[in-house]
Design a protein around this ligand. Sequence first.
Ligand code: PBG
Length: 332
Amino acid sequence: MHPIQADFPATRHRRIRRTPALRALTRENELSVNDLIWPVFIREGTGVEEPIHSLPGVNRLSLDRLLVHAEEAAKLGIPAICLFPYTDAALRTETCEEAWNPENLTNRAIRALKREIPDLAVMTDIALDPYNANGHDGFVVNGEIINDETVAALVKMALAQAEAGADILGPSDMMDGRIGAIRTGLEAAGHRNVSIMSYAAKYASGFYGPFRDAVGASGRLVGDKKTYQMDPANGDEAIRLVARDLAEGADMVMVKPGMPYLDICHRVKQAFGAPTFAYQVSGEYAMIRAAALNGWIDGEKVMLESLMAFRRAGCDGVLTYFAPEAARLLRG
Ligand code: PBG
C-alpha cells in the first residue's frame, strides 16, 4: 500500500482522533466476544474449583462446576470452550492408554457439555502429555519421542473425542503427519463434520510454564520439547508447517504462543487467508495478571489491548484465559 497524503498542515492526523465518534468511524479492527475461545482446566470431583498457583484467577474445575461456568460463558456469547484435563497420577503411564479411553475425564466433559449446552462449541486438545508418565506429547522410547507410533495413538484419541461429540479437535503435539492421519481416521469413522484446528506453528516456549503446573506436567517432564516443537528463531518454517497442515485437512490453524509471535500470525494470515487463531498462552496471561495484581499496569486495559493486537495482526480469534472477563467488558 502506498498511502497518499498531503504535507502538513493539509494533513493533520489528529483530526480523525479528536473524538470517540471519529475514532470509532475510522477504527480498522474490531474485537468482539465472537473472537474468543476459552481454555478451561478440568479435574475429577464434585463442587471443586481448585486455584492454580501460577495462574491467579484460573481454577481447575470439576465437571459440575465446569457446566456452571460454561453456561455463563455461553450466555456471554463466547462461541467455544477448550478442555484441558488434570489427570490423576495413577492414570499417567508410559503407554498413555487413558488418552483414548472413551470414559476419560475429557470425554465425559464433552458429553456433559454437548448434552447441557449444545450450542457452545467444544474444542479439545490432542497430545499425550496429560496421560504420559514423563510429561511428553508423544511416546518416549530410549529417550526419543517416537513420531509414527504416537500419531497412531493420537488418531485413537481423536476418534474417542469425536465420538463423545467434540466440535473442534486441537492437535497440539507437533508430530509429523498427524493432521492427515486424524482426518483420514475421522472420514473412515463417519465423522465428516468434525473440524480440526491444528496447532500448526507451535514453538518450544518458556511461556507454557504455568500451563504445565495446571495440568500437573511440570514435575514430570523429562528434558524438553525441542525435537518436536519449533525453534523460536524460525519464521519461514512456520509457513511451511501451516501449508502442510492445511494440505492435510486442517480447517483452521493456530500460532502459539501469541503475543511474542504476532509476526507469525500476520504472515500466516497473509500467506493463506485461512481461519487463523493465536493462543495467548499461560505465561502471557500470568505476566499480565501478575503485573495487574501488583498495581503496575491497568489489567483490564492491557488485557483488551493485547487481544486487539491479535486482531490487528490478522487473527480471526484468540484462545485466552481472559475470555469470560474480556467478554464481560466487551459487552459493557
Ligand atoms: C500440550 C499443550 C501445552 C499447551 C497447550 N497444549 C503445553 C506444552 O506444549 O508443553 C500450552 C498452553 C498454555 O501455556 O497456556 N500439548
